[in-house]
Design a protein around this ligand. Sequence first.
Ligand code: BEZ
Length: 253
Amino acid sequence: MEWNATLYDHEHEFVSRYGRGLIEILNPKAGEKILDMGCGTGDLTHQLFLMGCEVTGIDASESMIGKAKEKFSDIRFICADACRFELNEKFDAVFSNAVLHWIKDQDAVLQNVYTHLKQGGRFVAELGARGNVEKIRTTLKNTLREHGFTNQADISNWYFPSVAEYADKLEQHGFEIRLMEGYDRPTILQSLEKGIVDWLEMFGSAFFRGIQDTEKVKILNEVQDKLKKDLYQEDFWIADYKRLRFWATKERR
Ligand code: BEZ
C-alpha cells in the first residue's frame, strides 16, 4: 500500500482525531515507554510525548515516517513493519490506532507485540470490526464487477474480525483481555463534495491497480452516486465504520 502522507494529514485527519479516545483507554503515565505501532504522520505519538511518555513511533510507510519526522523532530520515528520490527528493548505499552486491519499475518504481529512488551505491559488498540465500511465495500465490488474488473473486485486487503474472533486470537498469544468492545462509529468524512471518492482514493487504491484513470474516475463517481441515499445526510458524507477496541495485558505463557 502506497501512502500519500500529505493527503492523509489534510483530508483524513479524522483518523487521529478519533484515536484520542483510545489514549484515554491507554491512560499513559509520564515516563512510560510507549510504542506507537503504525504511527502514520505521528499526531497521536506527539500527544503521548506531550503527556511525558518516552515514545517511539513505527510505521511501514517511508512517506508517513518522513512526514512524522518533519513535524515532530524531538520524537524517535522508525520505518519498520509491524510483523517484523526488532527493537532491542521492551515497552510498558504498545498502542495502535486504525492499523491492525491492514495486516494479513495477525499471528506474526501479535507475537511481535508480545515480545516487545514488558511482563504485565499493555496492548491497547483499535481496528475495524466485522461489517466495517460494508456498504462502501459492497458497492465498490459490485461496481467493479459491472465494469468487468472481477480480479479487482475479489481483492481482500482488509481484516475486520468479530469481537469473539479477535479475543480468541489475543488469548492464544498469551494476552489477558481487560476490556474489549465492538461498536458502530458513523464517521463524517472531511471532503464535502467528494467524500466517498476521496476516501476510496486514499484507502482503496489497491482496488484500482491496473485500471486506467478515465475508467477509474467513472467507477469512483458511480460508487459515490450509488451510496448517496445511504451515506449522505445533511450535506455530509458519513462512512459506515464499525470498530473494535481493546486493552489487553501480557501475561506469562
Ligand atoms: C478503518 O479505519 O476502519 C479503515 C480505514 C481504511 C480502510 C479500511 C478501514
